[in-house]
Each structure stands twice: as structure tokens, then as C-alpha cells.
Ligand binder design. Structure first.
Ligand SMILES: Nc1ncnc2c1ncn2[C@@H]1O[C@H](COP(=O)(O)OP(=O)(O)OP(=O)(O)O)[C@@H](O)[C@H]1O
Ligand SMILES: [Mg+2]
Length: 309
């Protein structure tokens, strides 16, 4: 069985009149990094909470590592790790005490060395004795990721792990997440950042208003969306544009300043055609730049919503 998580026909509402999650069907494979993408209020955190067994009252079925979340939640809890979207830890507790406290919650014993190893993983070894309220936002995020893997989970949930971090800290955390994945962990993360998806995710799911719009590999989603991409091209002689107009895969041509913008759904055929024109009609280009649709464009096109809110 290659499925770490299987969600079938899931519906959920906090109160009976508003459906928050509708007809969710998803399969997440072992050892993949799976991204949940959607604007604020889409239902990402709620969906994670249903899978974690925190939310009751859903209809449908959720299976984690072959166990039914509704019936076997006691067996599932030791198998999963959770990093919450907002962390409010006790202010006057030291980092090492926090690990000891979490170990108690997991019914585990944790040694000094184990705490050191966990802090090493997130480059926080020097802060073992720091008080939590003296840590920066990024340092707290690192601690919370280390806490989420304290029980060596098979499935790890990261809810916007890098929101609010500067670009360097974000990249550091990506490396930490990649290392955790190398140890065989399945990771489900929510994010608003496309670069994060590109750096980490094998598969992603677009969610908006509680419904799934699409699931797949990021590059396939972009490919299948078949959105207009454009080619920005400079010509020695502007009059040569007449040849470009005859290209069957070009839908529109716009001129702005010194460049022509060729809108097309088939970049490759259009470039081939331009190359042919260069050979046969002797047109000369000064530059050719390809601008492809990204996941953000696809999301907007599919849902009418922007990802970053
Ligand atoms: N405890 C709650 N009680 C009632 N409604 C809630 C509760 N938590 C969330 N909601 C509602 O459920 C919807 C989905 O919220 P959720 O937190 O799952 O969104 P999200 O996709 O995680 O958003 P964000 O990107 O802002 O974190 C929202 O309309 C929200 O107002
Ligand atoms: Mg959320």
C-alpha cells in the first residue's frame, strides 16, 4: 500500500448552515511532500484538522496509514506530528523544558541528547536554555518544527511553516523540511508561496471555498491548464511582424515600446515557426524571451481567486 492518507467524500461544517469542506477526495502517497494551496479561509487548516482527528462531525472517510481516523484516533496520534499555524507556548519556559513537556504529552521519555539532536536538526542547538519568549518569530518556527518531529512521526503536518519569515530563513526551513522527508516522513504542508511549492512539493492540491479544484504535479497542472503564455520578441525591422502574424499558433500580437508580445498556447510550435521564418524569410530577431504561466496564474484562472491575500 503506497497511500499514507486517503480521504473519501469528506464534508465538514462547524455549524450546520455553512459547509466548510465539500466533497473532498484525496490520496497522499508515502514519503511525498504534498502541498495544500488556497487563499485565506479556503479550508486548508480545517482539512488538516479533520485528518489529524481534531475535528469530529465530518461525513466521509479518512484513512491514515491504513487506520480510520474516526475509529482509531488513539493509534493514529503517535504516528503523526503537527506543527500548528499559530503557536502560543508558555512564555516563561525554556526551550529544553518545552521538549520535556511535549514528551510527557506523548507519553515518552526524552533525554538531554535527544533534545540536542532535535535542536541540531533545526540549527537551534545554541538556544537549548533560552526562554521561549526571548526567541524571534523564525526561531520559534524552528522550535515548533523540531517539536512536531519529537515523536518521529510517519506523517507530518506543517501549517504555513514559513509564513512571516524572511527569504533566507524560509530557505533554511525548506532544507530542514527536505531533511525530514529524507528520513522517510510523509509531509503535508499548507502554503501561500509558489516558490515553496517549487522547492518542496511533489504534488499539490488547489482548494478554494472548501472545494478541490485540481490535484497533481505542479508542472502538470501548469501544462494542463493550457493558459496563454507569451513570447517577447524584438525585431530589427518592425515590418517583419507581418510574418509573425501568419503563425497559426499565435493568437494575438501586441506591441509595447520596442517589443512585440506574441500570445500563444503552444510556445514550442511558435518558437519553431519563428526559427523557420528566420531561415526562410530572413527576418532578424534582436531578442526572444519566453514567459510561461505559473501556478499562481493557473489558480487565478481556475478559481477566480488570488492565492496571496
Ligand atoms: N473554529 C471555527 N469555528 C467556526 N468557523 C471556523 C473555525 N475555524 C475556521 N472557521 C471558518 O472555516 C473557514 C475555513 O477556515 P480555515 O482556517 O480552514 O482556512 P485556511 O484555508 O486555513 O485559511 P488561512 O490561509 O487564512 O490559514 C473560514 O471561513 C473560517 O472562518
Ligand atoms: Mg490556515
Amino acid at each position: 500500500m503506497n497511500e499514507a492518507i486517503s480521504i473519501k467524500d469528506l464534508y465538514f461544517s462547524y455549524n450546520s448552515n455553512i459547509q466548510i469542506l465539500k466533497n473532498i477526495n484525496l490520496t497522499i502517497n508515502h514519503n511525498e511532500v504534498f502541498g495544500l494551496l488556497g487563499p485565506n479561509g479556503a479550508g486548508k487548516t480545517t482539512l488538516l484538522e479533520c485528518v489529524q482527528g481534531v475535528r469530529n462531525g465530518y461525513t466521509g472517510n479518512i484513512i491514515v496509514n491504513g487506520l480510520d481516523v474516526r475509529k482509531d484516533s488513539d493509534q493514529i496520534k503517535p504516528l503523526i506530528g503537527v506543527q500548528f499555524q499559530s503557536n502560543s507556548y508558555f512564555d516563561y519556559i525554556r526551550v529544553d523544558e518545552l521538549f520535556e513537556f511535549f514528551a510527557i504529552l506523548y507519553n515518552m521519555k526524552i533525554t538531554e541528547n535527544e533534545i540536542k539532536d532535535l535542536l541540531n536538526k533545526v540549527n537551534m542547538q545554541e538556544h537549548k536554555r533560552s526562554y521561549v519568549n526571548k526567541l524571534s518569530g523564525g526561531q520559534k518556527q524552528r522550535v515548533s518544527i523540531a517539536l512536531s518531529i519529537l515523536n518521529k512521526p510517519q506523517v507530518l503536518f506543517l501549517d504555513e511553516p514559513t509564513t512571516g519569515l524572511d527569504p533566507n530563513s524560509r530557505k533554511d526551513l525548506w532544507n530542514i523540511i527536505k531533511d525530514i522527508r529524507k528520513e522517510g516522513t510523509t509531509i503535508i504542508l499548507t502554503t501561500h508561496y509558489m516558490e515553496e511549492v517549487e522547492a518542496l512539493c511533489d504534488n499539490v492540491c488547489f482548494i478554494n471555498n472548501g472545494s478541490i479544484y485540481t490535484v497533481g504535479k505542479p508542472e502538470e497542472i501548469i501544462e494542463n491548464a493550457n493558459l496563454n503564455s507569451f513570447i517577447k520578441i524584438g525585431l530589427i525591422a518592425d515590418s517583419d511582424v507581418q510574418y509573425l502574424e501568419s503563425c497559426p499558433t499565435v493568437e494575438t500580437i501586441k506591441k509595447e515600446e520596442d517589443f512585440f508580445y506574441l500570445y500563444t498556447k503552444d510556445i514550442r510550435k511558435t518558437i519553431d515557426y519563428i526559427n523557420k521564418l528566420e531561415d526562410e524569410k530572413r527576418i532578424t530577431t534582436t531578442s526572444i524571451n519566453i514567459q510561461k504561466a505559473n501556478l499562481e496564474d493557473v489558480f487565478l484562472n481556475m478559481t477566480g481567486s488570488v492565492l496571496k491575500v
